[in-house]
Design a protein around this ligand. Structure first.
Ligand code: DX5
Ligand code: ZN
Length: 217
């Protein structure tokens, strides 16, 4: 299973050194972008993404917790394809936005909130490369994992295999090493880990050791 660090949980003044430390050990970085409207918080913005684009060559994964994802996608200027998650609950034309993500050379993903029924994702099986299942209500790091997420993941995993859809399944929010086995058994390919990494690993060149430990747990 791939483990993506969620930089929202990283100590803000140490993000640069955290990225330098993590770079050899992670498949990429999960970046939470918020608008204080779709969720009651502000995360990173495009300036941060553009700056990160200059200091790492690892894949960037933009998790857009915003009402209007299209305007961000149109202003995104990065040197590589990014995985871009838009929320199914966002009041936008999902078919069009997912198509735009592809047209701009990026990789489309749909995210769904804990209260959202999985069948809303079904029509998009051939339009997305990833489904991001939220394990917490979006907006903040450090919340408790909602256990029902596992059942949702199993349902989506069956759906994916029954229909032969080419999309990975990811879980974001509240994930800690105790959940890894259950998530893997339920069909997760990717976990996003924020506070379980940044709050518990001693800071410094140990983040990468901690990621290795997580991967083995
Ligand atoms: C929550 C964010 C997550 C969060 C993960 O809205 O989308 O990416 O930062 O952090 P933890 O693992 O602490 O829940
Ligand atoms: Zn996220």
């Amino acid at each position: 299973m791939k483990i993506y660090p969620s930089l929202l949980a990283a100590p803000v003044f140490e993000i640069y050194s955290a990225v330098q430390d993590l770079d050899p050990s992670v498949p990429g970085y999960h970046i939470d972008i918020m608008d204080n409207h779709f969720v009651p918080n502000i995360g990173f913005n495009l300036d941060f993404v553009h700056a990160l684009d200059k200091i790492t060559s690892k894949p960037l994964w933009l998790h857009l917790m915003v009402t209007d994802p299209l305007s961000l996608i149109e202003r995104l200027k990065v040197s590589r394809p990014c995985l871009i998650s838009i929320h199914i609950e966002a009041p936008c034309n999902h078919t069009y936005v997912l198509h735009e993500i592809k047209t701009q050379g990026h990789i489309p993903s749909l995210a769904l909130n804990p209260q959202t029924q999985v069948d809303l994702v079904y029509p998009f099986g051939r339009s997305v490369n990833n489904v991001l299942i939220m394990g917490v209500n979006p907006g903040f790091s450090g919340q408790e994992f909602i256990p029902e997420t596992i059942d949702k993941l199993s349902t989506l995993s069956n759906w994916k295999y029954q229909n032969n859809f080419d999309c990975s399944l990811a879980v974001d929010g509240g994930v800690n090493p105790h959940h890894f086995k259950d998530l893997m058994l339920a069909g997760a390919h990717i976990c996003v880990v924020g506070s379980a990494l940044f709050n518990h690993a001693p800071f410094g060149p140990t983040y990468c050791n901690f990621i290795e430990k997580l991967r083995r747990s």
